[in-house]
Write a protein that binds this ligand. Structure first.
Ligand SMILES: Cc1cc2nc3c(=O)[nH]c(=O)nc-3n(C[C@H](O)[C@H](O)[C@H](O)COP(=O)(O)OP(=O)(O)OC[C@H]3O[C@@H](n4cnc5c(N)ncnc54)[C@H](O)[C@@H]3O)c2cc1C
Ligand code: SF4
Length: 507
């Protein structure tokens, strides 16, 4: 579609008599609407996106619901959007059909709205003032519509920097943090090379998040644009091994390491070494690679015809459910040790805080059984050493002054049958990393990479960004951290104004 086809129609609709009333009283006229999902029976047969593109009118109605509050809590990085997206302004422009203006506002704070518009849990919405006594504005779909319209209309053209500087920056890791950092530094004119261990760029966007939430052409489209703007990508290259720390130090004026935090939390109970018990990320990565036609290696796990138990009630667990159902699992059960969250906000989590309420993903609606307050005591196997059941117990949670206390419910021991168990209990840190080890980069007490207020590690000119520093988090936090890290690198390069190569301290 071309902008010429769209703009006149929008201008016409701007003349609509209801337009001003909508803008002033939209929050009274319209209810919250969310984009529709493909029917369950259809979507579980493939890995294509579950969410359908929203109707433009629906987006305009949602944008009209924005009250343009005096203090927009949605926009504040502390209560709402970690990127500080300026919702009142892009909502007004979107409602009026001024899509280019909406895009400019959106891109002024968010370099990858096509990622956040698809996978962000939208903390901005839980901070929306309308959410105090009504449903909040559906901000995430508005964001997605603005950026997708921009791609359709040809607004997303390469804008290489007008002036190229001499200094070079290496970014190690191409997850959302590394990509955001590379994007900003390239726009500042520095010469950026992104090194990535995996075959394709994107980090968890490509190898963790399933295609039914984020189709991978969305990442390819952005990488093509970044390449056209001058960012160099070197994939299947491991920093600290294929390119040594010494090589990087000698060749680049600054280095950013954005290697993520992928060491999974394990479950150390009897029977853990049985066949058929896998880490969720191994399982999800295998499926994403299968779809992409990439070699899977020895990690060819499938849920077909199996009774699947997912341990861990978070987003990763939910992604395992959707994947297992698509692979033809016989049944899927998700168990979580924590109690079932409340369905509505409680006084302990007042607005505008993240409400911590029960989240029901599209995968949950596809047929999984969910159980809370269940702890796994042991895995049981068959005579071939394959898992066949979990020994579980129900637990009770009690609030005490010293914090929550957990106890086993008497007489609640039970067995849950399983042929495939997926461990999705979160991530404990970056774990071993060849570049960190090679350069002896300092870690904090928890094993994360330590940095100072300038995002710099113990090596001058060597910065860290994303989950590797903050711990496993969200795409929006990784992008925000990547942008802020790039600003620090930019300051550093400007200040040192080094025309010679950076000389990092040798250890
Ligand atoms: C299964 C799953 C689903 C998720 N779903 C969502 C979601 O729906 N919404 C959301 O907001 N968040 C989600 N998250 C969280 C989110 O994806 C992460 O917080 C985010 O990707 C972190 O970004 P990052 O750039 O710091 O690290 P990563 O995305 O982990 O990227 C790090 C990259 O660095 C590379 N690397 C590491 N070491 C080296 C080295 N030495 N040399 C070269 N390259 C290296 C790795 O190969 C990797 O590609 C999910 C996480 C998981 C695991
Ligand atoms: S990035 Fe996330 S928090 Fe920020 S505006 Fe978009 S949906 Fe909301």
């Amino acid at each position: 579609m071309d902008i010429e086809d769209i703009e006149p129609r929008l201008r016409e609709s701007n003349m609509d008599n209801n337009f001003k009333e909508e803008k002033d009283r939209g929050f009274l006229l319209f209810a919250r609407e969310d984009p529709a999902h493909r029917p369950v029976a259809e979507r579980v047969k493939d890995y294509s996106a579950v969410e359908l593109p929203p109707e433009e009118d629906m987006i305009r109605r949602q944008a009209a619901r924005c009250m343009d509050c005096g203090v927009p809590f949605c926009h504040s990085a502390s209560s709402g959007c970690p990127l500080g997206n300026i919702m009142p302004e892009f909502n007004e422009a979107a409602h009026a059909g001024r899509w280019r203006e909406a895009l400019e506002v959106l891109l002024s704070t968010n370099c990858f709205p096509e990622f956040t518009g698809r996978v962000c849990p939208a903390p901005c919405e839980s901070a929306c003032v309308l959410g105090i006594n009504d449903d909040p504005v559906a901000i995430r779909p508005i964001e997605l519509e603005i950026i997708e319209k921009a791609w359709q209309c040809g607004y997303m053209k390469p804008h290489p920097p007008k002036e190229r500087k001499k200094e070079k920056v290496a970014v190690l890791g191409s997850g959302p943090a590394g990509l955001a950092c590379a994007e900003v530094l390239n726009r500042c004119g520095w010469r950026v090379t992104v090194y990535e261990t995996d075959v394709g760029p994107g980090g968890i966007l490509r190898y963790g998040i399933p295609d039914f939430k984020l189709e991978k052409w969305v990442i390819d489209r952005r990488i093509d644009l970044m390449k056209a703007e001058g960012v160099v990508f070197e994939c299947a290259v491991k920093g600290g091994e294929d390119v040594s720390g010494r090589y990087l130090k000698g060749r680049f004026d600054a280095i950013v390491i954005a290697g993520g935090a992928r060491r999974p939390r394990d479950l150390d109970v009897p029977g853990r070494d049985l066949e058929g018990i896998h880490m969720a990320m191994d399982y999800l990565t295998a499926q994403n690679k299968r779809i992409a036609g990439e070699p899977i290696g020895d990690c060819d796990i499938t849920a077909a015809d199996k009774r699947v138990v997912v341990i861990g009630g978070g987003d990763t667990g939910s992604d395992c459910i959707g994947t297992a159902l698509r692979q033809g699992a016989g049944s899927v059960t998700q168990i979580e040790i924590l109690p079932k969250p409340p369905e509505r906000r409680t006084p302990e989590r007042p607005w505008p805080l993240w409400p911590g309420t029960l989240r029901v993903s599209s995968s949950h609606k596809e047929g999984a059984r969910r159980r809370w307050s269940v702890s796994t005591k042991a895995f049981k196997g068959d005579s071939h050493g394959r898992v066949k059941a979990l020994e579980c117990v129900e637990v009770e949670w009690e609030k005490t002054e010293a914090g929550p206390r957990i106890s086993e419910k008497p007489g609640s021991r039970h067995t849950t049958e399983a042929d495939l168990v997926l461990l999705a209990m979160g991530f404990t840190g970056p774990g071993e990393n060849t570049l960190v080890e090679d350069l002896d980069i300092k870690r904090d007490a928890q094993g994360f990479i330590a940095r100072d207020e300038n995002f710099m590690t113990n090596h001058p000119g060597l910065f860290v960004s994303g989950d590797m520093w903050r711990g496993a988090s969200l795409v929006v936090h990784a992008i925000a951290d990547g942008v802020r890290c790039a600003e620090k690198v930019d300051d550093y390069l400007e200040k040192t104004n080094s025309f010679s190569r950076l000389r990092l301290k040798k250890n």
